[in-house]
Ligand binder design. Sequence first.
Ligand code: GAP
Length: 515
Amino acid sequence: MAKQEDIFKGVISHAKEYGYIFPSSEIYDGLSAVYDYAQNGVELKKNIREFWWKSMVQMHDNIVGLDSSILMHPTTWKASGHVDAFNDPLIDNKDSKRRYRADVLIEDYAEKLHQKAEKEIEKARIRFGEFFNEEEFVTTNPRVMEYKSKQKQIIERMAHSLETENLADVKALIEELEIACPESGSKNWTDVRQFNLMFGTKLGASAEGAMDLYLRPETAQGIFVNFLNVQKSGRMKIPFGIAQTGKAFRNEIVARQFIFRMREFEQMEMQFFVRPGEEMEHYNYWKEARLNWHLTLGLGKENYRFHDHEKLAHYANAATDIEFNFPFGFKELEGIHSRTDFDLKAHEKFSGKKLQYFDTEQNQSYTPYVVETSVGLDRLFLAVFSKSLKEETLEDGSTRTVLALPTVLAPIKVAVLPLIKRDGLPEIAHKIIADLKLDFNVVYDEKDAVGRRYRRQDALGTPFCVTVDHQTIEDNTVTIRHRDSMKQDRVAISDLYKIVNEEVSMTNWLKKLIK
Ligand code: GAP
């Protein structure tokens, strides 16, 4: 089995064992692509959401929040284009009976060509050492040029076929590239068909009078339909943004990869309303701002990349993904889209209500353009969790599992451990907890030898362990152990708040965003 797969399996089992994520309704054998966040998972998720919220809403004078409902008037989805165009192109393998997204099969093939080109570049880098000129190599090496040009051709052809609804050509491309079913190796494919991803539900008491509704497939439309309410009641001036976090639902057909692709998930979206013609300036600003936000988490610059879209969604005139290096390779983490005035114009048309803004500087009304940032909270969770999980070999040759979460996001900030269960040490530990828990999530742990307790907290991701021993009774000092360095310091109990706060406070992490 590939190493990547092992790592990913390790992530999933660690998430379950340490109370982060459980399969939904597991006692009934679970529900595919639906998950529950457990006692530690819910805290990590809440902290990620809060960090995003504060960065977007609290740190920007011109962005306000919203919490719109999941159920919306059904015409919303007609106007937004989701009823007609929110489809995935599907293909079945006749032998394995497995169903795939045709575009994903092709993209994975193209990604392999990209990897091959990268390998050649890496080999040359090692061969030529300091004399290596990457730009020259990439533009002259026949093999790299061939890989890159083939990759480009494939993606362009796919984009064109999908845009023109030429599903026969999508199938032809899969056959020409000799793409095989990843499970069975068979190349015996059905035709490609479109499948709408929205979940339907009903509103009303009687079957006859019930109204057909959809569970929202994105939170963004709640923002669009409230655009004028927020603008007027908040006296907002363009450019301004509306941010919200909340559940979205998609009947994903290929729902694998743990919490990466779920049927019920949470989005954190922000729509930024701008003057028509100025959207590219704002699009470029948000592209950079969002990447920088991710980088403050310290998961490694090399684990992020932009992927500009060839195939644009029905509402966009520019779009990019921030991709993250998940345990199964680089995949979309966040989307940044220049959505033009498509949504507001469509809602105006379908509702018959004006959704225009009067610009006092320009003395005219217009439909604003929108730049959107949209990140999946669960995907971000997976990015943070998987990159933080490490197996370390220590100096003495032993190994430890550590979940080196960004401290601001860690569910539990401090574990307080009495060295032994008597001599008044537990009482002191409880007193320390009573003081610290006003500000932080703190736990008490007295079971097992202290070394084992340290390891348990390392695996849980707790940044600090505070040990109370007999010296504490004498001089009110404790040992504080740092999760990542395993360094231990003797400090006064009265200094604990300051030491912990310096490291974990959201304020200090938000400061990283200010240049
Ligand atoms: N309003 C724009 C929009 O919804 P999207 O690219 O379809 O755009 C935005 O989704 C983000 O939502 C993605 O980048 C991803 O992080 C997250 N997302 C989308 N589908 C998801 C799913 N099935 N499971 C988990 N996260 C998902």
